[in-house]
Write a protein that binds this ligand. Sequence first.
Ligand code: NAP
Ligand code: ZN
Ligand code: ZN
Length: 349
Amino acid sequence: MITASARAVFNAEGSFKQTTIERRDLKPHDVLIAIKYAGICHSDIHTARGDWGPVQYPLVPGHEIAGIVTQVGSDVSKYAVGDRVGVGCMVDSCGKCVNCHKGEEQYCLSGNTGTYGAIDRYGHYTQGGYSTHIVVTEDFVVKIPGGMELDVAAPLLCAGITTYSPLRHWGAAPGKKVAVVGLGGLGHMAVKLAHAMGAEVTVLSQSLKKKEDGLRLGADHYFATSDQETFKRLAGSFDLIVNTVSAKIDINAYLSLLALDGTLVNVGAPSEPLPVQVFSLIPHRRSFAGSMIGGIRETQEMLDFCAEHNIAPEIEVIAAKQIDEAWDRVLASDVRYRFVIDISTMENE
Ligand code: NAP
Ligand code: ZN
Ligand code: ZN
């Protein structure tokens, strides 16, 4: 077994404590990654706090992982020691089902193996990226393009792909009007990506506090959802709405903003239901959809797209001892726009 330092929570209410965890010895197709940076995703908080159901503790969250390969298994062909690599929200899938064959491993019919909080094929409980090392099968590792710094690469592994995939699937492009609800970690990536894809981008945020940022990130328009005028003014106007909000919102009000044949895709994952009135959908042949991260091939495509278009998340790099504080700020919508843990600060403690 390989020992790694990590930061874990020990119950749903608790704060982070330093711990050590064990990573499996390398199987023939495994790579050992020395983690350099790990992003903080709101899903880490939902999971650790039990929002989505019971979870086993201690839990080491983190599924926005960027690091360097330090060892490879005997049969590894895709990576070599020294490669700069990333790992996102999943570390395995069955590889055999129809969805895996399509390269949509996140929708594996047997369920993908989450980077943390899941049982892997060896019967081990998976632990995530708030740690110094991780062992992952090479098929679930992506290459970080040359010239892209590891700290900004990390959030792309979840926030980047989770917004890139629906924007591609529902055709964000010139001539399309795209709205992004919530300007947090996912939301700010959605704005940058949709803008780079050529769409006309509108941010729908709770207030106008971050308007300057939103426009600088690539939005063409910015409205406050606390102002009821916004809903009257924008009624029936968007081809695609990407809802990144982590809490329950009045989804019918947002559906009313869709144009004919428009789609509202929920990537935000609040624990409460979002009740839909069918009359929010029927009048303009509207769709209400969901989307989960993206497949490995598409994750690599997204990284290469970001490198080509010079797209990077706006990050605030923190030390391991600041994770609790960062979580509080995420919960207060006070994130601009992704916290990233400098894992070297963990090794020194
Ligand atoms: P985040 O950084 O906290 O951003 C969420 C944003 O939603 C906030 O910045 C805020 O934006 C808005 N918001 C928060 N509470 C709100 C409320 N009560 N009413 C209205 N707006 C509110 O979170 P994130 O990391 O981007 O994640 C967002 C959600 O996506 C989470 O639920 C997460 O679990 C989920 N997620 C899903 C996937 C997937 O595969 N589908 C992947 C990753 C994350 P404003 O201040 O601009 O209003
Ligand atoms: Zn995430
Ligand atoms: Zn499968």
